[in-house]
Design a protein around this ligand. Structure first.
Ligand code: FES
Ligand SMILES: [Fe+2]
Length: 378
């Protein structure tokens, strides 16, 4: 694998990092498995028996609220022959029953019964409880880690990031329509596009023109990326006239776009009218799922109004051309998929990198290289 990283001529990471399934598998082990990953909000598992599932690197994990109202995380793997136990989200008051041979676990993770126990002489139920993982919460957000005893707790892992999170309180809000996408692009291209400050004033010149991109304040705290930018003077005036649209717990001093990216791939977005969780879920080296969950306090109307302000409501004319769609997500999808495709060309390279506005991309790539144990010359 090439380790020829020459900043300014080639990408900081080799193109194999975006194309190779072998590299992808190592990322799952070295980047995703050792991370705390935000998979939802506390209210996803509000009552005993409520559960939600997630894929974290190679690990399927579920979180369930127990009889004692404590949240617990377990590996989504039956202790008989390994079948996945739970799908998506739901509620199970009576326990967790494996669909294959009906081994049954309590919502506290204990194996409580197996059919035909006479076929398993010597099997002790108390030795076959579910494998534990970890779950912790912060600011109403729910994070999991595949290890039962992670080297850092969630607060340690977040480091100084909470100071930059912003004024939003997701727990006070109501979930509105989600938005799910699958793009033909490596997950890092999606993350790099999300944190790239240079494209905002160009690709999104008409779709995200409410904010003053030149005044963005960004940086890394550890490997977590934080971003805030103020409204433009015109948008500020609009907000003054339409302040009632603001989330009830925010005031004019809170205006602006908070667009963070927790390492490695969890976007947290706070705007005047909504808060969103932008989960980047790698599917393969060249395909990525993006689940965007949105919260507001005006019901569905709040989010629809936000889209009409931000341009995501399709104010463009030409639905067949993503670049004329008036939808910033379609614009992002187009450039991400085209960049992924271009990486197969022998001529692919990075000719130059913008100071300040692309520092984020270089910083992220350095973090990837660091986590993967490869050295970069930059
Ligand atoms: S694999 Fe779960 S009961 Fe057999
Ligand atoms: Fe974008």
């Amino acid at each position: 694998m090439s380790t020829d990283f020459v900043l300014g001529r080639t990408p900081l990471l080799p193109v194999e990092a975006y194309l190779s399934e072998e590299w992808f598998a190592r990322e799952q082990e070295l980047i995703f498995a050792p991370s705390w990953i935000c998979i939802g909000v506390e209210s996803d598992a509000a009552e005993p028996g409520d559960y939600l599932t997630a894929q974290v690197g190679r690990y399927g994990i579920f979180v369930v609220r127990g009889d004692d109202r404590r949240l617990r995380a377990f590996h989504n793997v039956c202790r008989h022959r390994g079948t996945q136990l739970l799908r998506a989200t739901g509620s199970s008051q009576t326990g967790i029953v494996c669909p294959y041979h009906n081994w049954t676990y309590s919502i506290n993770g204990d194996l409580v019964s197996i059919p035909q126990p006479e076929c398993f002489p010597g099997l002790r139920l108390e030795e076959r409880g579910l494998h534990a993982a970890s779950v912790e919460t912060w600011n109403g957000l729910l994070f999991v880690h595949p290890e039962p005893d992670p080297p850092q707790n969630l607060r340690e892992w977040l480091g100084g990031f909470p100071d930059k999170f912003g004024p939003h309180r997701p727990a006070l809000l109501t979930e509105v329509e989600p938005d799910v996408h699958e793009w033909d692009a490596n997950w890092k291209i999606v993350v790099e596009n999300y944190i790239d400050g240079y494209h905002l004033m160009h690709l999104h010149a008409t779709t995200l023109d409410q904010y003053d991109h030149l005044a963005a304040q960004t940086g890394f705290l550890g490997r977590h990326f934080h971003f805030w930018e103020p409204p433009t003077p015109e948008y500020r005036k609009w907000l003054e006239r339409n302040g009632a649209w603001r989330l009830a717990h925010l005031s004019a001093e809170d205006d602006g776009a908070y667009v963070h990216m927790l390492w490695p791939a969890t976007g947290l977005v706070g705007l005047e009218f909504a808060w969103s969780l932008f989960q980047v879920i790698p599917l393969s080296a060249t395909r990525t799922r993006i689940e965007v969950r949105n919260w507001s306090d005006g019901g569905g109307g709040g989010w629809s109004r936000l889209l009409s302000v931000l341009g995501g409501g399709g104010k463009g004319k030409d639905g067949s051309d993503p670049l004329a769609s008036g939808d910033f997500m379609q614009e992002d999808r187009y450039v991400c998929e085209q960049q992924q495709r271009a990486m197969r060309s022998p001529l692919f390279g990075v000719g130059a990198s913008a100071e300040r506005y692309e520092d984020s991309v270089r910083g992220f790539q350095r973090n990837v290289a660091d986590a993967m144990g490869v050295s970069v010359d930059a």
